[in-house]
Ligand binder design. Structure first.
Ligand code: SAM
Length: 266
């Protein structure tokens, strides 16, 4: 379904969406899936970063909002607002870049999975993804589906922490490979090792150059785990002790990694 539909210039993007905008290659055609008010496509066209955009929305309310915003900006000739589930709104080869932001990592992974099965990722050279939670699920999906993670960013805005993962199709023979990216990292002269699982959970690029938002996110995770340990300690269930010990071990693992990371970006 396409929409029918004045003027409203210079959308002011949040820092989160601005970061995503910067990941879209200049001069490309891109699709923003789950676009809501189509803020990103409008800003991408108004800033002349892209020449054409698709704003995809599955739900009627956000789809109407996107149609109205695109019409109000006078951009109906260059932004196609389409209603449908995930990448179904795209023709194979139609866009070079896809952004999906503001959803859980597992929903984004399932959108990519279903889209890939339908050939909708053909010709796509950049995926810029901003999961609200479940970043590890998305890293795993990218790794298992031939997408090389080339950048990770993390920022705090309005009290929330956001990660942006950027990936490109993996080609053999390049020095940068998923195999190298997720190779075990030895920290603190061998006292702490960060294996593949930890790299998938925390982010291989983020671990190389952790900033204040990264440390805050993981201190927050530790606090949540400590609350779980406290409640398990009060439990009389037999299974609680095993869970408490596993959770305590997880806290220690994260704490040790955080202690060994460079602090120059704080
Ligand atoms: N991308 C915008 C952003 O980051 O500010 C909007 C994020 S909003 C929280 C998530 C949007 O994704 C909602 O408008 C929702 O309707 C849409 N959405 C959820 N599942 C979707 C799917 N399978 N296909 C397309 N849109 C979807």
């Amino acid at each position: 379904m396409d929409c029918v539909g004045g003027f409203m210039n210079n959308i002011k993007l949040s820092n989160r969406l601005h970061l995503l905008l910067e990941k879209i290659p200049s001069g490309s055609k891109f699709a923003d899936i789950g676009s809501d008010h189509a803020l990103l496509p409008i800003a991408a066209i108004e800033s002349k970063r892209v020449v054409f955009a698709v704003a995809g929305e599955v739900n009627p309310g956000p789809f109407d909002a996107a149609c109205k915003a695109v019409a109000a900006a006078g951009l109906r000739n260059v932004i196609s607002v389409r209603r449908g589930d995930g990448l179904e709104v795209l023709e194979p080869g139609e866009v070079d870049c896809i952004t999906v932001a503001g959803m859980g990592g597992s929903l984004i992974a399932s959108i990519l999975e279903r889209g890939q099965a339908l050939g909708k990722l053909e010709g796509v050279s950049v995926l810029a993804l901003q999961p609200n939670v479940g970043e590890d699920i998305l890293r795993r999906w990218l790794l298992e589906n031939g997408w090389l993670l080339i950048a990770e960013d993390i920022l705090e805005e309005d009290g929330k922490i956001y990660e942006v993962l950027t990936a490109v199709p993996e080609v053999g023979g390049s020095e940068l490979s998923s195999e190298n990216l997720y190779k075990e990292v030895v920290l603190n002269q061998g006292r702490v090792t960060c294996g593949r699982e930890m790299l998938i959970q925390m982010g291989p690029w983020l671990l190389k150059a952790p900033n204040a938002a990264f440390f805050k996110k993981w201190q927050g995770e530790i606090s949540k785990l400590e609350t779980i340990v406290a409640s398990l300690s009060r439990s009389e269930l037999e299974s609680a002790e095993d869970k408490r010990m596993a959770t305590q071990a997880r806290i220690q693992e994260i704490t040790e990694v955080l202690e060994c990371l460079p602090k120059d970006k704080l």
